[in-house]
Design a protein around this ligand. Structure first.
Ligand code: PEP
Ligand code: MG
Length: 911
């Protein structure tokens, strides 16, 4: 099976929002499940964890669940409040719950003749596969193991169970390195020439246990505990503590999950799949999680317990083998249990309205269910399953749409890295643009272009990128930078290109001169191969296999279905014809942001741009502008043509001019040769244009107020492109957008000269050129003055990148260096440059919408910052009644699904 990490959407899981249950019974910490007494149900996930709530739900359905009880997440909070201790009153309640199990099962905890054995397993409200802990067969010691052996007349089973308990307990509770005991076991098997665990006899297990206990004493300095009560208290504590073990913390961070949920602990009476050949344990999916096919799929092992199936100790057998070799499948070996299991699969799938992943045990031909949960499926499978479930009448279209995590569409859009192949992780940065890329390291543009021309794949490694790096970025498979945040140049451009990118990777030490990269103590040189995983931020040594996705029919069906329920329009941020084509292919309804500055960085244009910037007088400047005009008109013509009939918002030049200028001596020399100007003259001008805070300097509309000819050239180019297309009977829909406006007077001034320029073209070309003129809202003052601004604007587009930067006073280019500390210290739950800061930036946007619409009720408003592609932000933008979001082309499918989910969620909330 491959690629099983396609998640069901849990962010909108209604049961996680159900806090009523928590508040109702404030002093209840223990919830029973089983045939005799069930206190919980599936809606209580936040309190009982996913495992606990589903055990309760299955019990309610009358399914065969071994009885037990769940210690709630509220107890986990109490445990931390009590300095990681279990209060005596709680211990007494747990003892009472054990007593009720004893009565129900006719066994006794710590009874040497008839011992009750239990499992202790963690179970968080969110799914954290493999991240948390499990202890089986608790209650065994030197005495009870003998009792168990007698009781079942099966010493081998009893000692096998005991050694399993020792292995798990010493790992989870005593901090013993579990691989050490595994090695002892392997050595023992080798000595005896055994190939399988099932060959070990009771005596063998006793010998192994003696080694185990000696080794535990040696490594931990502690004797393995004999007292079952002591074993129980320590196990519960260990599980509660496991919520904060490094594995779990990292996993939650990776998934963007909050740490305040806590874990529940499930204490359940043991059933045994290791009592002989009429016993088994296994995992079954109600449909094939790789292909989505409607056929049960799973594996099992005879005479085995717990993790054996996934641990790979023996090769598991198929539950249903459809490839001819069915002698060893469960259907053939245990037909009754198979039939019962298939029926239960059906029942559970119907009940949960989703494909289930079920753990089961068969003890002496009696089937028990130990867990059920929504299955993680491959991306292709999930889409197939969703549409099948709609067709089968199990899900409504709306329910189906909200089952999918929008980000999991990334797996369909970008090559993904084979998790199993990830060997050496060199370091980690911010996952700025998803997907996997492999290539040889290069440190500058020129080398990227050269090597790519030789047919080699490269990864561009830079301290940070600037617009000048565009050619290198185009030539690379992926981009890795030491600095920058989620809205830095590298992040924004890579996302728009759909290229994997990692930014803000602080542990990279780049020596561009020597063409060396040091990551911790590893030295890499130009040409060395690395792999980057832009979905996780991991930088990996060498070549790791990637899987190229293909868009199947169900993907397009999903997009169409999303549009049926969407209110928000989804446009794309696109500056090139290839971006625009991608945007169209992914169903964007227009271009919400064309950053025209990106059009001037091509190698055949940059020097003309520089000539314009460095010009001594207006004649010289005009000469360069005339050259740029020809190119710009062609660009606009292409974009409007591709997007025929759809709006294309052209943002006039925004960045500070020095971004276009050479920074190194070498580049200045090259430019001087090209322009036939002295190096001194260029250096002086470059220095003159340098700014201390360029993001707050001479940029955006301020450029046009001092040099109107730039915007006038752009307006002329757009007007003429528009008129030409009209002549060809096309339907261009151009819009002009002015960046970084703070004062309505700025907008009034520029709008007047732009309008005059359009009129001038209308008169010259004798045609109407109706181009609306709107503004970006990306400064707090602009939000506050939105009423006055609205008077001068035909539309608003919120630039949430700059608005976040200026509202929070945090530099979008430097945030990568310190935001992770904020997230680690739980000061921020998410990077505000990725997911909109609702209380700050969001409030300003709301205020601007209200004030703007007070002036012009139908003023069109959208957002074109990077947040336009973030599902959580999209929900917010939907809720505050924006008309559209605009995001990078590869985010368009994610945004379309998120927009539909937002509408459905809002509708549910309202009623
Ligand atoms: C913004 O500020 O949100 C925006 C879209 O503009 P840019 O990222 O180009 O500054
Ligand atoms: Mg901006």
């Amino acid at each position: 099976m491959s690629d099983l990490s396609f998640n069901v959407n849990t962010s909108k899981d209604p049961s996680l929002e159900n806090n009523k249950m928590i508040n109702k019974e404030t002093h209840k910490y223990i919830y029973h499940f089983g045939k005799n007494q069930t206190d919980g149900d599936a809606s209580m996930k936040q309190l009982l964890g996913s495992k606990g709530s589903n055990l309760a739900e299955m019990s309610r359905l009358g399914l065969p669940v071994p009885p037990g009880f769940t210690l709630s997440t509220k107890l986990c909070h109490l445990f931390y409040k009590e300095n990681q201790n279990l209060p005596e009153s709680i211990k007494n309640s747990i003892k009472k719950s054990i007593e009720s199990l004893e009565i129900e099962l006719g066994k006794k905890f710590n009874d040497p003749n008839n011992p009750l054995l239990i499992s202790v397993r963690s179970g968080a409200p969110i799914s954290m596969p493999g991240m948390m802990d499990t202890i089986l067969n608790l209650g065994l010691n030197e005495k009870t193991v003998e009792g168990l052996s007698q009781l079942f007349q099966n010493p081998r089973f009893a000692w096998d169970s005991y050694r399993r308990f020792i292995q798990m307990y010493s790992d989870v509770v005593m901090g013993m390195n579990s691989s050490l005991l595994e090695t002892h076991l392997e050595d023992y098997k080798n000595q005896k020439n055994y190939t399988s665990d099932t060959q070990l006899t009771a005596t063998d297990w006793k010998n192994v246990i003696t080694y185990f206990k000696e080794s535990i004493l040696q490594c931990t300095g502690k004797v393995f505990p004999e007292d079952p009560w002591n074993q129980l208290w320590e196990s519960i504590k260990a599980i509660f503590n496991s919520w904060n073990n490094p594995r779990a913390v990292i996993y939650r961070k990776m998934q963007g999950e909050t740490s305040c949920l806590g874990t529940a602990v499930n204490i359940q009476s043991m059933v045994f799949g290791n009592r002989g050949n009429d016993c088994a344990t296994g995992v079954i999916f109600t449909r094939n999680p790789s292909t989505g096919e409607k056929s049960i799929f799973g594996e099992f092992l005879i005479n085995a317990q717990g993790e054996d199936v996934v641990a790979g100790i023996r090769t598991p057998q198929m539950i249903l083998n459809t490839n001819g070799n069915s002698e060893k499948d469960l259907k053939n070996l245990m037909p009754n249990s198979f039939d019962e299991l298939s029926n239960l699969c059906n029942k559970l799938e119907k009940h949960y309205k989703y494909v289930q992943d079920i753990e089961f045990t068969i003890e002496k031909n009696k089937l028990w269910l130990l867990q059920t949960r929504n299955a993680k499926c491959s991306s292709i499978a999930q889409l197939k399953i969703i549409f099948d479930l709609i067709e089968e009448g199990l899900l409504t279209e709306k329910e189906a749409l909200t089952k999918i995590d929008p980000f999991s569409l990334n797996k369909l859009l970008h090559p993904s890295i084979d998790e199993k192949d990830k060997k050496v992780i060199l370091t980690k940065g911010l996952p700025a643009s998803p997907g996997g890329a492999i290539g040889k390291i290069v440190f500058n543009n020129q080398r990227a272009v050269e090597l790519q021309k030789q047919g080699l794949s490269v990864i561009l490694v830079r301290t940070e990128t600037s617009p000048e790096d565009i050619n290198g970025m185009i030539s690379s498979q992926g981009i890795l930078t030491a600095r920058g945040g989620m809205t830095s140049h590298a992040a924004v451009v890579a996302r728009s290109m759909g290229k994997p990118c990692i930014v803000g990777c602080g542990s990279l030490h780049i020596n561009e001169i020597n063409k060396e990269l040091k990551i911790k103590d590893k030295l890499l040189r130009e040409g060395d191969e690395i792999t980057i995983d832009g979905s996780t931020g991991e930088v990996l040594l060498g070549v790791i296999q990637t899987k190229t996705p293909k868009l199947d029919e169900n993907f397009f069906k999903l997009m169409k279905l999303s549009d049926k329920y969407t209110k928000l329009e989804v446009r794309a941020n696109a500056d090139t014809s290839s971006d625009a084509k991608k945007a169209k292919e992914f169903g964007a309804t227009g271009i919400g942001l064309c950053r025209t500055e990106h059009m001037f960085f091509a190698s055949n244009r940059i020097n003309i741009m520089r000539k314009m910037i460095l010009a001594d007088n207006s004649d010289e400047r005009q000469e360069a502008l005339n050259e740029l005009f020809v190119m710009q008109k062609k660009d606009f013509h292409e974009l409007l043509d591709i997007m025929d009939g759809c709006p294309v918002t052209i943002r006039l030049l925004d960045p500070p001019l020095h971004e276009f200028l050479p920074c190194t001596k070498e580049d200045i020399k090259k430019l001087s040769e090209n322009l036939h100007w002295s190096e001194d003259k260029i250096s002086t001008k470059v220095n003159l244009l340098k700014e201390s805070n360029p993001m707050l300097g001479h940029r955006g509309c301020r450029l046009a107020i001092t040099f109107p000819e730039i915007y006038l050239m752009q307006t002329k180019a757009l007007s003429e492109a528009y008129a030409e297309l009209k002549l060809q009977n096309k339907n261009p829909q151009a819009e002009i957008m002015i960046p970084l406006v703070s004062f309505s007077k700025e907008l009034k001034f520029l709008r007047k000269i732009i309008k005059e320029q359009i009129q001038n073209r209308e008169e010259k070309l004798k045609t109407k050129i109706p181009i609306p003129i709107g503004t970006m809202i990306e400064l707090p003052r602009t939000c506050l003055q939105a009423n006055a601004i609205a008077e001068e604007a035909d539309f608003f587009s919120f630039g949430t990148n700059d608005l976040t930067q200026t509202t929070l006073g945090i530099s979008r280019d430097d945030a990568g260096k310190f935001l992770s500390s904020y997230i680690n210290q739980k000061l921020f739950s998410k990077d505000p440059f990725s997911s909109v800061d609702k209380e700050g930036v969001g409030e300003l946007i709301k205020l601007a919408i209200n004030r703007g619409r007070l002036k012009k009720a139908n003023l069109k408003m959208g957002i074109c910052g990077e947040h336009g592609g973030d599902p959580e932000s999209i929900q917010f933008f939907h809720d505050i009644n924006l008309d559209y979001v605009s995001c990078s082309p590869y985010r368009v499918p994610i945004a379309r699904l998120s927009a539909a989910q937002s509408a459905i969620n809002k509708e549910r909330e309202e009623g």
